[in-house]
Design a protein around this ligand. Structure first.
Ligand code: NAD
Length: 311
C-alpha cells in the first residue's frame, strides 16, 4: 500500500477528497493545482508537515507512488498528464498507479491511459478512470461513490479499493477500462434530467398552492422520490444545509452539468443509444450556464433559470 501520494486538482471536489485521504490514512501528499491560492489554503489547513506543494505535475509524479487527478474537463486532463516537460508523464512513472477521477469523455481517457502505459518502458505503470458521484457535501463527509474502470476480479482492484475507501463509501468496479466513465455519464445524464424535472414539479405544486417543504416531503414518500429532491432540493430553503439554500454557492457548477449532459449525448450517439429527453435538458443547462446570473453556481440553479423572469 503506497505511503507517498500525489494530488492534482484541489477544486470543489478535489479539496475535500484530498482532505479525507489525509485524515483516513498516514499518507504523505504532494499537491499541485494551477491556482496557487488553493494550494496555499490546502497546505496551511493540513496537519504536521505531511503536505508538500509541487512546482508542477511532473514533480508530483516524481515524488509519489500513487497519483490522483481531478480537474474539470478532458482538455485539463490532457494538460495535466501530457504537457511536455511539466506534465505527469514527464516525470518518473515506473511502477506507479494513476487514478483519474475527472468526468471526461471515454476517448480522451483512453488516449491518456495509453500514453501512461507508453511512458514506462518496464510496463509496470497503471491508469484507471474512477469518476465520482455524491456531491461536495458527500466528499466532505467521505461518503461519495467511485465508479471504477476496472473489473472486480482484476488483481489491482483490492489496492484501488483500499485507496479509494479512505475517501468514499461505495467503490464500484464497473468491469473494465473506460466503464467507470460510462457509468458516470449514464448517472449524470439521469441526475441532470432529475434536477430539471424536480424543479418543474416543485414549481408546479407551489404554483398550485402547496408549501415547498410539505411538497418535497410528499415527493420523498411517493413514486417520485429521488436524491436531488431529498438532499439538494433546487428550491431554496427546502434543504437548509444544502448549497441550494446558500445562494447556490459551491457544489456542482452548472457549466459542469452542461459538459456532462453533452458528454452523455455524444457517448449515446457513438453507441447508438436513443435519447429523447437529452436535447431539451441540454438546452436548459446551456441557457443557464451562459447567463451571468447562474454561471459558476450549483447546477440546481436550473430551478431559478426556470422561474426567474427572462431579460
Ligand atoms: P472545480 O472547477 O471546482 O475544480 C477544478 C480544479 O482543477 C481547480 O482548482 C482548478 O484550478 C484545477 N485545474 C484546472 N486545470 C488544471 C491544470 N491544468 N493543472 C492543475 N490543476 C488544474 O471543479 P470540481 O467541481 O472539483 O470538478 C472536478 C471534476 O469532478 C469535474 O470533471 C466534475 O465534472 C467532476 N465532479 C464534480 C462534482 C461536484 O459536485 N462538484 C461531483 C462529481 C464529479
Amino acid at each position: 500500500y503506497p505511503k507517498r501520494f500525489g494530488w492534482v486538482g484541489l477544486g470543489a471536489m478535489g479539496f475535500p477528497m484530498a482532505t479525507q485521504l489525509l485524515q483516513n490514512s498516514s499518507a504523505n501528499l504532494w499537491i499541485f493545482d494551477v491556482d496557487q491560492r488553493v494550494l496555499n489554503r490546502f497546505a496551511s489547513d493540513a496537519p504536521d508537515g505531511r503536505v508538500r506543494i509541487a512546482t508542477n505535475a511532473k514533480q508530483v509524479a516524481d515524488e509519489s507512488e500513487c497519483i490522483l487527478t481531478i480537474v474539470p474537463a478532458g482538455k485539463h486532463v490532457k494538460e495535466v498528464y501530457l504537457s511536455p516537460e511539466v506534465g505527469l508523464l514527464a516525470g518518473n512513472t515506473s511502477g506507479k498507479v494513476f487514478i483519474d477521477c475527472s468526468t471526461i469523455d471515454i476517448e480522451t481517457s483512453k488516449t491518456v491511459g495509453d500514453a501512461v502505459k507508453m511512458s514506462d518502458p518496464q510496463n509496470s505503470v497503471a491508469f484507471f478512470d474512477c469518476p465520482v458521484s455524491g456531491g461536495t457535501a458527500g466528499a466532505e463527509k467521505g461518503i461519495i461513490t467511485f465508479m471504477c474502470g476496472i473489473a472486480a476480479e482484476d488483481e489491482k482492484f483490492p489496492l484501488i479499493h483500499a485507496i479509494l475507501k479512505t475517501m468514499g463509501k461505495s467503490i464500484l468496479p464497473m468491469g473494465g477500462r473506460g466503464l467507470g466513465l460510462a457509468a458516470k455519464l449514464s448517472n449524470n445524464y439521469l441526475s441532470g434530467i432529475i434536477a430539471l424535472a424536480t424543479s418543474e414539479a416543485m414549481n408546479l405544486g407551489m404554483k398550485l398552492g402547496i408549501d415547498p417543504k410539505i411538497l418535497s416531503d410528499c415527493l420523498d414518500k411517493g413514486s417520485a422520490a429521488n436524491w436531488v429532491n431529498s438532499t439538494v432540493n433546487p428550491v431554496p430553503g427546502v434543504c437548509p444545509d444544502a448549497v441550494t439554500s446558500k445562494g447556490y454557492e459551491g457544489g456542482f457548477k452548472v457549466q459542469l452539468m452542461e459538459k456532462d449532459m453533452k458528454l452523455a449525448a455524444e457517448a449515446a450517439h457513438n453507441a447508438g443509444a436513443k435519447l429523447v429527453l437529452g436535447e431539451t435538458a441540454i438546452g436548459a443547462y446551456v441557457s443557464a450556464a451562459s447567463d451571468p446570473r447562474y454561471r459558476d453556481k450549483d447546477s440546481r440553479v436550473v430551478y431559478k433559470w426556470l422561474v426567474d423572469p427572462r431579460d
